[in-house]
Design a binder for this molecule. Structure first.
Ligand SMILES: Nc1ncnc2c1ncn2[C@@H]1O[C@H](COP(=O)(O)OP(=O)(O)OP(=O)(O)O)[C@@H](O)[C@H]1O
Ligand SMILES: [Mg+2]
Length: 275
């Protein structure tokens, strides 16, 4: 493993990535020639209509999908190579965590939620069970999750609660880059606000980069410093959140903003978040 792979700093570099799910390559690709760099100081929001390729892009960035063309690297090393060794996988997963859009299939139904959250703390950080328990408890606390609830199985909590446990399972290793795919969509607005606030604070305190994928433009605008707008697998607009929200250059971005009635929702969410 190269020296900088062990560094506290984490950087993911996607260069000209494409993903086509069609083996003959005749249909239009889900992601078509996108380049994006994410570091421990990023706070990037990705918005776009359903099917625009947001999840596909993020899944390539964390190695769950391999690009059909282009490359993804982690701290300068090709990600597929990093993930091909046990040590590389462990290093990458300890630094880069992904919270999936669909939480139903992401938990082992035979493990309690506490065990699910404790597992990465032990496996990836090498903590003993006492230290892992302490880390689990402080993570649950920061997400305002009742520790007693952690003794239930994944099917015994609501979708929103399970979503928060999936965030806890990612944060328990104190990652340096967090990739969140629609993590607040299942939550009501006041809980969304609290989670967004907590995520934002965590990223600031832990010097953790964030990629936040969402249909919800207000939530994204609240948490992301920079924003990327996707449509049909390509980036139609990118810039600082202020510029994209206040001075959209692409007609599609303007349309998206219109659909969310702009500042009104953003302000409402920000108010909820500060409660
Ligand atoms: N495993 C797969 N096999 C075939 N096609 C897929 C697969 N995953 C995604 N796609 C297709 O790729 C395109 C992009 O999907 P993706 O899930 O990345 O969109 P998205 O922007 O995340 O949408 P949403 O907002 O609904 O989550 C869609 O047309 C989708 O049908
Ligand atoms: Mg998606």
């Amino acid at each position: 493993m190269s020296g900088n792979l062990r560094a506290a700093y984490a950087e993911i570099d996607a260069e000209h990535v494409c993903k086509s799910f069609d083996r003959r390559g005749s249909g239009s690709p889900a992601v078509d020639d996108i380049s994006m760099k994410v570091t421990s100081s990023s706070a990037i929001g990705i918005v776009g209509e359903s099917g625009s390729g947001k999840s596909t892009l993020v899944r390539m960035m964390c190695g769950l999908l391999s690009p059909s063309a282009g490359s993804v690297s982690y701290n300068g090393a090709e990600l597929s190579g990093v993930l091909s060794t046990r040590a590389g996988r462990r290093e990458f997963r300890a630094k880069v965590q992904y919270v999936a859009q669909d939480t139903t299939s992401s938990f082992d139904p035979r493990r309690t939620l506490r065990d699910a959250v404790r597992l990465p703390a032990m496996r990836l950080l090498g903590l003993n069970s006492k230290a892992a328990d302490a880390q689990v408890n402080s993570t649950l606390e920061s997400l305002e999750l009742d520790p007693a609830m952690a003794d239930r199985f994944p099917t015994e909590v609501s979708g929103g609660q399970r979503q928060r446990f999936s965030i806890a399972r990612a944060l328990v290793v104190r990652p340096r880059i967090l990739l969140c795919d629609e993590v607040v969509s299942a939550l009501d607005v006041s809980v969304q606000g609290a989670i967004l606030n907590m995520l934002r604070q965590y990223c600031i305190d832990a010097d953790c980069g964030l990629v936040f994928v969402s249909h919800g433009l207000p939530a994204t605008a609240f948490i992301a410093r920079d924003m990327v707008v996707m449509r049909n697998g390509v980036i139609v607009e990118k810039g600082t959140t202020d510029d994209v929200v206040e001075r959209p250059q692409d007609p599609y971005t303007a349309e998206l903003l219109e659909a969310y009635r702009g500042a009104e929702d953003i302000e409402r969410l920000a108010v909820a978040a500060t409660r």
